[in-house]
Design a protein around this ligand. Sequence first.
Ligand SMILES: Nc1ncnc2c1ncn2[C@@H]1O[C@H](COP(=O)(O)OP(=O)(O)OP(=O)(O)O)[C@@H](O)[C@H]1O
Length: 589
Amino acid sequence: MDTVRKTRPRGGLLAAAGPLGKPLPLALAVAAVVVVVLSAVSDSSTLFNLTSAAVSVVFMQSYGLITGRAGVISLCQLSFAAIGAWTVGWANVNDVPGGLYVWLLLGGLAAVVAGLLIGLPALRLRGVNLAVGTFAFAIALDVVFGGLNFPGQSSSDLVQRPELFDTDQAYFIFAAAVAALIFVGLYFLDRSRLGGALVEIRHSERAAAAHGISVTQGKLAAFALSAFVAGIGGGLMAGQLGVVTASNFSSFASVALFAIALFVGTNNVEGAIAGGIMGAFVPVLMDEIGIPQDLASLLFGLGAIQVLRMGQSQTDLLRGQRRRRRLAKNPIAPLQPPPVSVFPRKRPVRVTSKGVPALEVRDLRVKFGNLVAVDDVSLVLPRGQIVGLVGPNGAGKSTLINTVTGFTNRYTGQVLLGGKPIDALSAHHRARAGVRRSFQQLRVPTSISVGMFLQVAAGKTLTGKEIDEQLALFACPPADTPMEAVDVATRRLLEVAGLAVGRPPVLLLDEPAAGHSSDETRLLVERLAEIPERFDTSLLLVEHDIELVRATCDQVVVLDFGRVIASGPPQQVLNDPTVIAAYLGDSTR
Ligand SMILES: Nc1ncnc2c1ncn2[C@@H]1O[C@H](COP(=O)(O)OP(=O)(O)OP(=O)(O)O)[C@@H](O)[C@H]1O
């Protein structure tokens, strides 16, 4: 029987709240009014600083893309900005048709080329090594641009602004409008599969690969997009100052902006705006009260170190507090278990398909040094069936799953999906080919919504209706609930729900019931048993809960010390004295 919890009716992902919790058009309208009023009441020096702030917001958006969303440390965003500014200057000097509108796009595109060039080698690096690599690029460009004059620099050929935005007042509005346009793009990116993929890559590259996401392509896309945005920011700065020089984009300025971005958290709107304002106004303020401007960088650096210690930026912290207050007011209703007890339950009788098995493992052998973790294992997962893989701790179950899904590639033997060998495929290609998995250690990102996570786990675009139905089926909270607010057992359930709704031919679940209460396990048993029929998915289930295995599996394979010691129908295998001696013990008799 279906267990359906009522979820609030919604219109799918795009109906979610926009920046700052307001619908997108309202947020844009409010921002437009603020910008117009500011431009009308500010004197010329404030206008200059406001325009600098708008340009800095664009730089912050670029950091928000590469570091905030994809989790890649890049210390060369201002080098991309320099390339954008250089291109705008060149287009201005050469009278390229289209004016600043077109030149900005050209600057963004030129920066994309650099972003891809630096992104490709950087993909092999992580953490501090990547930071050093990008910083080296920034320093190299310092040297290159330091030796070259920017176009127009020696002839004082000022970048021509469009007629409509020629005054400083109008140019501030133009810069703010460009930042707003980028915010709109980011708003839709955050709700797209690519946006979900970037967040998952930041959270866990292994989980991303298991969901069919190419980590390489995701990071490259982040490099390219962030370079595009930074390039546009550099071009905007050229339009603001008329002529720029290498000192405007120094590697140290890049690091200072990175520190601000880390401190405030620029993967969200309020963070990017706050970061932009801080970047432009704090040094000016310090100057006015007689403190050397350079000390501002030191302050930002200290703030960034504090964030690294706490693991959360200021805006993440504030958002978390706001979410918790909202949740305290409207708590998520507790999960409703199926009305009937399923222990003991009768397994649905499935007809064994005589065709090609969904998955076949032949003579699989995996060694870690001298330890043989999987020792010549052969097993068959017939189409439309659930096969349980059980065995004591250290028997080799997770290693087998890791190997089948491409996360351990030093093995001998063969893995066949639908009769075709997939041994040559990487993890994300195996996932795309149709072998999906969950991990024993939960690897779900908490900074996205339940609906977005379901979509990421499914590995395909789902309609709002599909998301709502699947959430109801698994008695999970509504799509707009933040993952952060969901308890660990429900996160596991959500992962199974998401993987299943992707309808992969083969699904491997590694201890999906770990940490579940008996009610939650009952619900899980109901849903697992339905997966083959409902989603046309064959299931390989690693589980220590023998009652769950008995209740759901058509076949059971028992591993001990990496070897298959028994296989067959559950009632036969689970009562086999060898199995009981090896694993189950007297308690299960
Ligand atoms: N990366 C690794 N390097 C070295 N040894 C490993 C590695 N991964 C697993 N092992 C070893 O391989 C053996 C099988 O481990 P595995 O995690 O596959 O067992 P399991 O049946 O999944 O156990 P559990 O039920 O506790 O999850 C163990 O002895 C383990 O210590």
